[in-house]
Design a protein around this ligand. Sequence first.
Ligand code: MV4
Length: 459
Amino acid sequence: MFKKILIANRGEIAVRILKACRELGIPAATVYSEADREALHVVSSPEAHLIGPAPALKSYLNMAEIIRVARSCGADAIHPGYGFLAENAGFAGACAGAGIAFIGPGPEAIAQMGLKVQSRRLAREAGVPVVPGSGGALETLAEARAQASRLGYPVMLKASAGGGGIGLQLVLREENLERAYKTCRERAAAGFGNPGVYLEKYIARPRHVEIQVFADKQGNVIYLGERECSVQRRHQKIMEESPSPLADDVLRARMGEDAVRLAGSIGYLGAGTVEFLVDDAKNHYFLEMNTRLQVEHPVTETVTGIDLVIEQIRVAAGCPLSVRQEDVKIKGHSLECRLYAEDPSNFRPSTGVLEEARFPAAEKIRVDRGVQRGYRVTPYYDSLLAKVISRGDTREESLDLMRDALKEIKITGVKTNIDLLIKVIAHPEFRKGNLSTDFIERFAGCLLGRASSGKAVGN
Ligand code: MV4
């Protein structure tokens, strides 16, 4: 096992990883920027090292400095958390080069999944259904035209180096293709330094369902059920649950086996997530693979009883997976709500000092928080304050527990999205499990207390 783990992250996930290290009896150290001197992950860490000024490029993304700290403090492993350096193949390679274990997959797996045209090809080769689309990146507008006609409108243009919503363009008609093609290329170049774009057939009102996979060095690959992540705003998830109200045993097994084949085909190691779009007819299509621990991992932990961070550390150290596929049982239901410091009227981060920060404590409620009273929300980092996770025997119970827990939270000093979360849980369509990726937009009228735009985001 590792002698010491350096946690190269901040906020709730750094606190979460500290807990896993404590439970395993492994000494841990954290890093922090000048803006985080009094942050929760620093004050609750047995050892913390200043790595630079507030801007992430100078601190949490400063690879050389993080590796230097790991060496000097005697850490033989680095946990990157999510975001920052978690999916940076160069960083994973640099750790290996310095003789430090990167707690995650190898640099090749990270790089292969980082390019979407490549990950689509790997999925296809592994026999995983992908959305019909252009084979590779498009070289010219003429090629885009030809491919779009072949697929049939509407189509989506996506950035090959992308992921998330950056560059994404819905194209309803051929006359709008030229403009969308140029915009997508420009955004891809500006956002990712790579202007490559590709085309996919548009899936109307899809649901976002993802499979948690896990692999060890012995060649075992398993899946730990699915997470439904359809409630999003501006391509950022705000609520996730497991199991998905849409999934039955057949769909779960199909998606799970597909995800496992893909991970196995690239020699994956550790925790990974295979994202799918699911259409009205319950067809699933590979979207992308995230080669890291996800923000929403607690709902999977809650319904499987498996600690994913402990498991990550164990398999990185060469231990075999602690469970076999046939022993994985999904029990009950879990919902996660992400608590953001943000202005509900425009979803923009709300900065300021937390005058009060009180969270509920209850047996069936877990709170993963990264902040305490007195914490200053700055524009430098993501404005996620905490995650609230409920555990019920049924979806109904889990939703009721969450509603009561959210009502107990008291945060003052910044604006938050708590009221929005409470309204979503109370919404009859959410209760029924009628979710879709445009849920917030579709019900904006009653959720946000303003008129729903009703407009299609597209060209
Ligand atoms: C799509 C799609 C419909 N059809 N692809 C958005 C983020 C990026 N990772 C993929 N996204 C989408 N790709 C096809 N062919 C709809 C979306 C999409 C979406 C997907 C998941 C969660 C939320 C979403 C919100 C809007 C659009």
